[in-house]
Design a protein around this ligand. Structure first.
Ligand SMILES: [Zn+2]
Length: 202
């Protein structure tokens, strides 16, 4: 479930739609949380789907640490990639703002954290754009992502959190806020790339 102070806006013909803040979202705000309405698909389930459904999954889902494709039921599936993402995750089923996000600004995450099946060219326009997002970006960037997300994590109790009751890991999060050694690193989301796509070629 996406933060209630967000909305879907059309970006342009090459990017399509994106998720934008309708109010300012301070650093540390939980902007998305996995919830029971989000659909989970295993590779075996995907193999039974018709081609158009597989194509939609390929475009709109992300891959979790167990290799499942997760399809968000709301506009969470329209988060776009940026190499300078303003939202990241730690080893939990939520994303948080890793810097202050202004009203009207697009929320972005880094698809390198979402286990892409294949490299794709990036046109995000960030000064730090790496040109191509790679399935193994975790190896090069995981520590940097982790530092940014950890920095924001400890602000969780200091800002409004309308998604708090959606979180399934509240006890673990509270324990980690009390003991920084218990914070789960972002590396927990990594799923090793597979040599061949589970999706049927079209
Ligand atoms: Zn980029």
């Amino acid at each position: 479930m996406v933060h209630p102070d967000t909305e879907l806006r059309y970006v342009n013909d090459s990017i399509g739609w994106g998720v934008f803040a309708s109010r300012a979202l301070p650093k540390g705000t939980i902007v998305w949380a996995l919830d029971p309405l989000d659909q989970r698909f295993t590779a075996a389930q995907i193999a039974t789907l018709p081609a158009h459904a597989q194509a939609a999954l390929e475009k709109y889902s992300y891959i979790d640490a167990r290799g499942r494709h997760i399809l968000c039921w709301d506009h969470g599936r329209f988060f776009n990639h940026s190499c300078a993402a303003n939202c990241l995750s730690l080893g939990y089923d939520f994303e948080l703002a890793v810097r202050d996000i202004a009203a009207g600004e697009e929320l972005t995450d880094d698809y390198g954290t979402l286990n892409p099946l294949a490299p794709f060219p990036c046109l995000c326009g960030a000064a730090s754009c790496r040109g191509v997002v790679q399935p193994d970006d975790f190896a090069r960037l995981g520590d940097r992502w982790n530092r940014r997300a950890r920095d924001a994590f400890f602000l969780i109790p200091t800002v409004a959190q309308p998604l708090w009751n959606v979180l399934s890991e509240r006890a673990d999060i509270e324990a980690a806020l009390a003991d920084p050694n218990r914070v789960r690193p972002i590396h927990g989301h990594y799923h090793a790339p597979r040599p061949a796509s589970v999706l049927v070629p079209r």
